[in-house]
Design a protein around this ligand. Structure first.
Ligand code: GDP
Ligand code: MG
Length: 446
């Protein structure tokens, strides 16, 4: 497949903006790649459509050909579709006991994952109680007991002759007496979606307070994963998903399908049969795995790094010569927006980190919206200047400033602030020559 892709890329020679043809050609290959990775076909169809809309007309980055540019966009969309960040299982606050119910088809990995989770939470200082609510499979209770013992975690069971909801209820009483602050209910699956199974899970939910319902899905489920996840979500409601058996050679399209259809976060991935084989879910790694285009993604990263470095060098030259004017200011803001992660970069640009942009430099996650707004206002001010003014900020007298303020729709005090900011920045640059140099190379650095 990779070879096929490369051929496609070679044939895409046009530079500048992505044409509809560029995008269509590359997306045909992406579609195949996603289907090969077992992403549900409906999900693929919607995904391709939305990327198509986003990609046509976009600039092709230096160092990439149009095909690669499309892959860059595809990768970004995949990552954002899968949640962008890692998600933790939400525990109840304070001393309150958290109840987690595991759900999923037979063989998905519920029992194994129950024990894996118990181990993780035990390390975090929790005192888990595992509850054997699977009363159908002969060896199910025993299996949980063995796994619980391996993890050094207590298992609550009442044999096979009780209703799962009653077992759950009794387990809650036991947990209260015993000081367990985390209860994980291991439930029974079926081979297929089945009314009895759903009813049983619902009954447990009606009997005890379940805080988190976690769906366990086998990565090999492939195309079916969507149906499984949406049925479970509709019937009992799920709060998060764990995808197991990703240690195999499946590309893990199930993860994408499930997230796309239910919107529920993927929490962890199962990476083996051992009880330590449970890993945090990283959307970017998963995107790269599903796309199966590691080489191209590496190339894209490199192109990004090169661009950052190029710009940083150019900027630092200007700064050294103290030629930094409002045109450059504007350019640097444009760059930042393109590179995303505004807060990160702001913190590194002296003069922008403090003062006018508030706390953006120190607490990027919190204030980046605010910073974005301020930055837009600053841009508006600069755009209201004539080119001559931008290049020679020294000529900005009160009457010019007044005109600029009016043009930008801001108070004159804001224009003054920006000018002051600029002066400070320039001064700082003079004092610290070379401070912007030698920093390029890494993404997100300026
Ligand atoms: P349940 O029916 O949902 O409770 O599934 P089990 O926990 O009994 O797991 C079914 C099988 O899958 C067992 O043989 C497990 O060892 C295996 N299994 C579970 N999770 C993983 C995983 O992440 N990787 C691999 N390779 N095997 C797994
Ligand atoms: Mg089981």
């Amino acid at each position: 497949l990779t070879e096929k892709l490369q051929n496609v890329f070679r044939s895409l020679r046009s530079k500048g903006r992505l044409t509809e043809d560029d995008v269509k050609t590359a997306l045909r290959e992406v579609k195949m790649a996603l289907l090969e990775a077992d992403v549900n076909f409906k999900v693929v169809k919607n995904f391709i459509k939305s990327v198509q809309e986003r990609a046509v007309g976009q600039d092709v980055m230096n160092g990439l050909n149009p095909g690669q540019m499309v892959i860059k966009i595809v990768n970004e969309e995949l990552v954002s579709l899968m949640g962008s960040e890692t998600t933790e299982i939400r525990l109840q606050p304070g001393k309150e006991t958290t109840v987690i119910m595991m759900a999923g088809l037979q063989g998905a990995g519920k029992t194994t994952t129950t024990a894996k989770l118990a181990g993780k939470f035990k390390l975090k200082g929790k005192k888990p109680l595992l509850v054997a609510c699977d009363v159908y499979r002969p060896a199910a209770i025993k299996q949980l007991q063995i796994n619980g013992e391996k993890q050094g975690v207590e298992v609550f069971s009442m044999g096979e002759n009780h209703k799962p909801s009653n077992i759950a209820k009794a387990a809650m009483e036991h947990a209260a007496k015993n000081g367990n602050n985390l209860v994980i209910l291991d439930t029974a699956g079926r081979l297929h979606i089945d009314e009895d199974m759903m009813a049983e899970l619902q009954e447990i939910k009606e009997t005890v307070t379940v805080h988190q319902t976690i769906l366990v899905v086998d990565a090999m489920t492939g195309q079916d994963a969507v149906n499984v996840a949406s049925e479970f979500n509709e019937k009992i409601g799920i709060d998060g998903v764990i995808v197991t058996k990703l240690d195999g050679d499946t590309r893990g399209g199930a993860a994408l399908s499930i997230k796309a259809v239910t919107g529920c976060p993927i929490l962890y991935v199962g990476m083996g049969e051992k009880l330590s084989d449970l890993e945090q879910f990283y959307p970017d790694r998963m995107a790269s795995r599903i796309l199966g285009m590691g080489d191209i993604l590496t190339l894209i990263e490199k192109a990004e790094a090169d661009i950052d470095e190029e710009k940083a060098k150019e900027m630092s030259q200007k700064l050294k010569k103290a030629q930094f004017d409002f045109e450059d200011y504007l350019e640097s803001m444009k760059q930042m927006r393109k590179m995303g992660g505004l807060g990160n970069i702001l913190g590194m640009l002296p003069g922008l980190g403090g003062g006018m942009l508030g706390k953006a430099g120190k607490t990027p996650e919190i204030d980046s919206d605010e910073a974005q707004k301020k930055m837009e206002r600053m841009e508006a001010i600069i755009y209201s200047m004539t080119v001559k003014e931008r290049r020679n900020p020294d000529i900005l007298n009160p009457s010019r400033k007044h005109r600029i303020a009016k043009g930008a729709g801001v108070d004159i005090s804001e224009v003054n602030k920006l000018c002051k900011q600029y002066e400070q920045m320039k001064k700082m640059m003079k004092q610290m020559p070379g401070m912007m140099g030698g920093r390029g190379g890494k993404k997100g650095k300026f």
